[in-house]
Design a protein around this ligand. Structure first.
Ligand code: NAD
Length: 490
């Protein structure tokens, strides 16, 4: 008989943190059914009612911050402080989404243009209904809540399938929501393995899937969604580049680079994986990096590798990198399950797995480049395009490099700073996915634009959309349009 439950384990100790049901397609269907009813109620509450309840939920999460951080620590192995930081960011986003949803989505009048002078045109963004959220384990609060908070604020009900590695966190987030919204199951969690997520993606009553996870799984989810033409947001992996320009503050750059690469044991979708340093500052930057990395330790500054299977990928990338590159810190011996000590390898060929594939571990490759232009070209020569970093003292140059970087987000003279700005959209291009969470774009992602044109009065002598239209009426229109639009400007 199939096992009906599964355990979530503490990756540092192997101890069981919790036991959860493997919810099958029937259970998922029932949950979506309840969510459909709840969605209608939640939508009818209106923006003010939702805002009040979401701000209350925010207060509940803030009140339980330490308890939740402890649970995130147990299920992922990350230090409690990092888990607390994740919650702080989540609370900031929830607050922004709750406060800004009405302003971004409410009905507004838009210009009608010359042909529509007799019309009143309005645009508003209406809820979709039930949104299915499928989440990863690396930031089990911040990442899914980037979809959940914005979907709820836009007036949808949510069914959340947390990662099988962090189900306890997902269930707790939904339980706590019920403290603020006890009336209807507006936010529910379903637990299980891939099959549970697949059942959610296949349900035609789910009006959008917000998926965060690997690119390979995103393709499977998208294929399932294609059956019902269910739209998806795909927040996938990355291979983010870190560019150090000739005029950069190398101490600050090395410090930020290490944190961006090693925090959360490198298991960050927007973590630093490839470093490109302009020749002029290569030596001082590498000196700083080597000195600083000596004091960063796995198991002390960051936790274990959460998903045991990832250790093999990390090991393969390190083995391959050291074959042709020069080791600056660590090496194959740095992998001591479940921990991986920092690994820095320079001059790794650009076509090797360590440079091309997402490693998702505390490792970086570093390469010397002629100038910032070459660094940018190498940074952009990736199938991924999630985020990246530029260090330069010249604001104009840094802005230019950031804009030319083929990624959804770029941080200048800091790492990952964009994630803490709720009004900035978050998402990738290429293999990193599509669609946006966070900010106004993130709210609109979970809504459907509704366009209405109301005729205020009939235009005399201009009844164009009628079989009674006379040739001279069309002729008049053609003359006006030719006059207004027919002149070429060079
Ligand atoms: P994963 O793809 O293995 O799993 C993600 C989720 O999908 C899990 O809940 C899993 O149960 C579910 N799933 C698996 N197969 C499924 C199927 N066939 N149908 C429906 N659901 C299915 O990813 P992961 O290992 O949990 O997360 C790590 C990945 O997530 C990394 O690649 C990382 O870069 C990426 N990530 C991206 C972002 C972002 O915002 N872009 C944020 C965090 C993590």
């Amino acid at each position: 008989m199939a096992t009906l439950t599964f355990d979530s384990l503490n990756p540092a100790t192997g101890e069981v943190v919790g036991t959860h049901p493997k919810q099958d397609a029937t259970a998922v269907r029932e949950t979506v059914g309840r969510a459909e009813e709840a969605a209608a109620w939640w939508a009818a509450l209106g923006p003010a009612g939702r805002r009040r309840r979401l701000l209350d939920y925010k207060a509940v999460l803030a009140g339980r911050l330490r308890e939740l951080a402890a649970l995130v620590h147990e299920e992922t192995g990350k230090p409690v402080g990092d888990a607390a930081l994740e919650l702080v960011l989540t609370i900031t986003h929830l607050d922004w989404a709750a406060r800004n949803a009405d302003k971004v989505l409410r009905r507004r009048r838009v210009r009608t243009g010359m042909i529509g002078v007799n019309l009143e045109a309005t645009l508003e963004y209406l809820p979709l209904g039930v949104v299915g959220v499928i989440g990863p384990w690396n930031y089990p609060v911040f990442t899914p809540m980037g979809s959940i908070a914005y979907a709820l604020a836009a007036g949808n009900a949510v069914v959340f399938k947390p990662s099988e590695l962090t189900p306890g966190v997902g269930v707790r987030l939904a339980e706590l929501f019920a403290e603020s919204v006890p009336e209807r199951p507006v936010f529910q969690a379903v637990t299980g393995l891939a099959e549970t997520g697949a059942a959610l993606a296949a349900d035609p009553r789910v009006k959008k899937i917000a998926f965060t996870g690997s690119t390979a799984t995103a393709k499977r989810v998208m294929a399932a969604c294609a059956e019902n033409l269910t739209p998806i947001v795909a927040e996938c992996g990355g291979k983010d580049a870190f560019i150090v320009d000739a005029d950069a503050d190398v101490r600050a750059a090395a410090d930020a680079c290490l944190w961006g690469a090693l925090s959360n044991a490198g298991q960050t979708c927007v973590g630093v994986e490839r470093v490109y340093v302009v020749d002029a500052v290569y030596e001082p930057f590498m000196r700083e990096l080597s000195e600083r990395v000596a004091s960063v330790k796995a198991g002390q500054d960051y936790g274990p590798i959460t998903m045991p299977g990832q250790l093999d990928i990390i090991k393969r990338h390190i083995d391959d990198a050291v074959k042709s590159g020069r080791t600056v810190a660590g090496g194959p011996g740095s992998v001591r399950a479940p921990y991986v000590d920092p690994v820095i390898v320079e001059d790794v060929p650009e076509d090797s797995p360590a440079v091309r594939e997402e490693t998702f571990g505390p490792t970086i490759t570093v390469r010397r480049t002629r100038d910032a232009q070459e660094a940018l070209e190498l940074a952009n020569a990736s199938t991924y395009g999630l985020a990246g970093t530029v260090f330069s003292r010249n604001t104009r140059r840094a802005m230019e490099l950031a804009r030319l970087m083929r990624s959804g987000m770029t941080a200048i003279n800091s790492v990952i700073s964009f994630a803490g700005v709720p009004s900035l959209p978050f998402g990738g291009v290429g293999d990193s996915g599509f669609g946006r969470i966070h900010g106004a774009d993130g709210l609109r992602e979970f809504a459907r634009p509704k366009a209405i044109a109301r005729q205020r009065f009939a235009l005399p002598g201009m009844n164009l959309t009628s079989f009674t239209r006379r040739p001279e009426e069309l002729e008049r229109l053609i003359r006006i349009v030719t006059f207004l639009h027919g002149r070429r400007k060079r």
